[in-house]
Design a protein around this ligand. Structure first.
Ligand code: TPP
Ligand code: MG
Length: 197
């Protein structure tokens, strides 16, 4: 079902639609409710949930993308997270890994801590990414457009940045039910699969 004109889709629906597109990509998810939603929607060994450290997901994804150039790395991020570590946009833009896809679900709030407004309503994060040197940059408000852009970015050379405007209402989901050490170990195994050292 298409959301009403002007009404934004929930982040859970947008994230679910993006997750359906994935095959063997390595995924790094930012901290907060997005990690919980992704865990509930489509947990897989190729997912790394950044539990706790805000702003760090793209830095981890960048390291992975450089270490595994033949593997697509997808970072699922939030507006507050991006604003916390804006310098990482410059590092990604400067190093320009072709296999790096950065998808930001922008609800214009710090939703995980009580919907305090962020600056993403006025500061165009996708324009900052463009200025930093990301190769493909899109800003979308509709679910169909998000799916189309994500599908395209998963195929083409990056670095790519997709900003998806979503509503601030969060779905009711539980915590990430896997210990960080176990999650890291299974992620490491999944990331090394197929790698010839
Ligand atoms: C350094 C730091 N400051 C604050 C927090 C608390 N915190 C956890 S998630 C979050 C909000 C993240 O915002 P955003 O990326 O927009 O995601 P949303 O919560 O909207 O899903 C905050 C403030 C933290 N974990 N680390
Ligand atoms: Mg947010």
């Amino acid at each position: 079902m298409r959301p009403e004109e002007g009404v934004l889709t929930s982040r859970g629906r947008a994230a679910g639609a993006v997750l359906e597109l994935l095959t063997d990509e390595l995924v790094v998810v930012c901290n907060g409710f997005l990690s919980r939603e992704v865990f509930a929607l489509r947990d897989r060994p190729e997912n790394f949930y950044m539990i706790g450290s805000m702003g760090q997901a793209p830095a981890i994804g960048l390291g992975l993308a450089l270490a595994q150039p033949r593997r697509k790395v997808v970072v699922l991020d939030g507006d507050g997270n991006v604003l916390m570590a804006l310098g990482t946009l410059a590092t990604v833009g400067a190093l320009a890994p072709k296999n790096f896809v950065h998808i930001v679900f922008d609800n214009e709030v710090y939703g995980s801590t009580g919907n305090q407004p962020t600056l993403s309503r006025t500061v165009r994060l996708e324009q900052m990414a463009k200025a930093a040197g990301y190769r493909n940059v899109e800003r979308v408000r509709e679910l169909d457009d998000a799916v189309y852009a994500a599908k395209t970015m998963l195929k083409e050379d990056g670095p790519s940045f997709l900003l998806v405007k979503v509503s601030e209402s969060a779905d009711d989901v539980g915590r990430v039910e896997i210990e960080p050490a176990a999650m890291t170990e299974r992620f490491r195994t999944a990331a090394m699969r197929g790698t010839v050292l």
